[in-house]
Design a protein around this ligand. Sequence first.
Ligand code: HEC
Ligand code: HEC
Length: 168
Amino acid sequence: MNRHSLSIALLAFAAATPALAQQPQWPPGEGREIVSVACVQCHQPTIIMTLREGPTGWRFHVHDMILRGAQIKNAEVETVVNYLASNFAPGVNLPPATAVTLPEGDGKQLVEQRCVACHDLQKVGTERLGRKDWDRVVGHMLDIGAPMTADEAKIITAYLREKLPGKP
Ligand code: HEC
Ligand code: HEC
């Protein structure tokens, strides 16, 4: 079997595999063809579809992925960034949230309001970071655009340190 017929055989196999039929759909828009091919070579599309970032964040990820081997030409970078930043911006096309029950306490409601625009609470509730990690993580979320005041960030950090201490 030469390379060409092998790839046809693989395509036929892929088409017959039910798991692929259930792949989540990429939203329409310029850049869809590039992303739907170049961004699924190494991981599931969900790693992208469940994340929300602005153009700066997406540009960072796209360059990071190119360093790791993603086949995106220089001339395609901005098209890809625009596609990702318009379809997967904070608050846009949010996937159905996974039900996560956070422990009661001051700050619970703030977390539920402020920490869901870019990923769901599973990322917060299941991460099980250590007490001292929460300062850094909440600070980082603030830096990349989480909508909260400095006072709210303090309340949220205290709540997470107290209620989700995880590791010692
Ligand atoms: C050559 C392999 C490869 C390709 C192609 C690839 N990625 Fe990745 N991607 C990775 C690896 C490896 C990780 C895990 C990195 C880590 O654990 O920090 C990752 C992780 C990610 C993450 C999660 C980052 C985080 O900090 O949570 C995002 C978002 C992402 N990729 C987006 C993309 C996009 C968009 C494309 C297409 C432009 C793409 N990837 C193509 C290898 C690839
Ligand atoms: C503006 C979008 C945005 C908002 C709002 C947001 N996050 Fe994030 N969060 C991200 C992104 C993007 C990542 C993964 C890439 C990274 O670490 O930069 C992430 C990753 C995380 C992680 C994993 C970090 C790690 O080091 O493993 C935790 C935990 C987290 N967020 C908690 C929170 C909490 C708590 C809030 C509310 C205070 C919040 N996030 C609000 C964008 C956001």
